[in-house]
Design a protein around this ligand. Structure first.
Ligand code: UD2
Length: 332
């Protein structure tokens, strides 16, 4: 069970950085459904207003009404949160909790641009934590990643495994986890880091070559186009449905427990990319052909999470199986 859930009749004000993105917008939906008021901070580099369209008519100045509502601010997280949030807190009271999802999300981009990745991903986390410290925020939850592990040899991957990230992206996520621990221990800002495995689901953008494989395969299979597998397709991943992921995020941010904790957010099951492609082709009526191209350099061959810790600390477990999640994703 989630311990210490907020029972205040007042709706907590929760800030969501990256709230217009794929995982962020699903997080906003669930927070609002849980009775929270939400302020989104997003620079719209990859986030989209369309992802928040259902809240558009209730955006701005809706906090005083009877309906839960969402405020959207255009902010580059690496410039800090203070000036952006000042008018909001002056009008609606303090930000009680923060979900930190804003990030430069491409591993490949981080290898070509390590300084940019450091500014946004590590620097952005420090900005969030500085705001949280100064404003006595009650909980900060950050999206970390399976990328912190790098190459490991034991599966499923345990949170206690020694981390050797093999990208600036993974390095900066790991450094961000250390920052969460430091701010919690020294400055008494309660924090939780969630190490996401391969998240998929509706609203994931398939448009970049480094988009999530399921978003690319779903998009192409729906259009009857070929799917390209990099390498032999025997590499495995632990694909976790976005609806499950945001239950973990919202559970963690609305609890006063799980402080200074970090945990894997995955299903504990793995599937090869080849089986994944075959399943998607089957679910879309068999119109697409599966082709192979050269394996990606630096590819991790196996990835699957040990999941007991999230169950123990948050009472969280994935519920949506891959076939159901794929069906939802293919419907869009
Ligand atoms: C995921 C995360 C990344 C980081 C990393 C940590 C996503 C989108 N990326 O990278 O942010 O956390 O895990 O290890 O979740 N593939 C194909 N054909 C395609 C596209 C991909 O075969 O058209 C393969 C790809 O070579 C890989 C697998 O599918 O073996 C998954 O690729 P991905 O880009 O979805 O995610 P991954 O695991 O590289």
């Amino acid at each position: 069970m989630v311990h210490g859930l907020v029972t205040s009749p007042l709706r907590p004000l929760v800030a969501v950085t990256g709230g217009a993105g794929f995982i962020g917008s699903h997080t906003v939906d669930l927070l609002v459904a849980s009775g929270c008021r939400v302020v989104v901070l997003d620079d719209f580099s990859t986030g989209k207003r369309a992802n928040l369209a259902r809240w558009a008519d209730r955006e701005r100045f809706g906090f005083g009404g009877s309906e839960p509502s969402v405020e959207v601010l255009t902010v580059d997280i690496s410039h800090g949160l203070f000036s952006a949030l000042a008018p909001i807190t002056a009008q609606y009271g303090r930000v009680e909790r923060i979900v930190h999802l804003a990030a430069q999300v491409s591993v490949i981009h981080s290898i070509a641009n390590p300084m940019t990745d450091e500014r946004i991903n590590y620097g952005g986390t420090l900005q969030v934590l500085e705001y949280a410290r100064a404003s006595a925020v009650r909980k900060v939850v950050m999206a970390s990643s399976a990328a912190v592990y790098g190459d490991v040899s034991e599966f499923p991957v345990d949170e206690q495994a020694v981390c050797h990230p093999v990208s600036p992206y993974g390095m900066h996520k790991l450094a961000s986890e250390h920052a969460l621990h430091y701010y919690s221990q020294v400055h008494h800002v309660p924090t939780t880091a969630l190490r996401f495995f391969n998240v998929y689901g509706p609203r994931q953008d398939p448009s970049s070559p480094y988009s999530g494989v399921i978003s690319i395969f779903a998009d192409r299979a729906n259009a009857g186009r070929d799917l390209t597998i990099f390498g032999d397709g025997e590499q495995t991943r632990d694909f976790v449905y976005v609806g499950d992921v945001v239950r973990a995020v919202v559970g963690a941010v609305l609890t006063d427990g799980a402080d200074r904790a970090l945990m894997n957010i995955g299903t504990g099951s793995e599937i090869t990319v080849k089986e994944l492609a075959q399943t998607i082709v089957e679910l879309t009526g068999g119109k697409s052909t599966i082709r192979h191209a050269e394996a990606r350099a630096g590819e991790i061959l196996r990835s699957v999470a040990r999941v007991e810790r999230a169950e123990r600390l948050l009472g969280w477990k994935s519920q949506i199986g891959l076939r159901d999640g794929l069906a939802q994703t293919l419907r869009g």
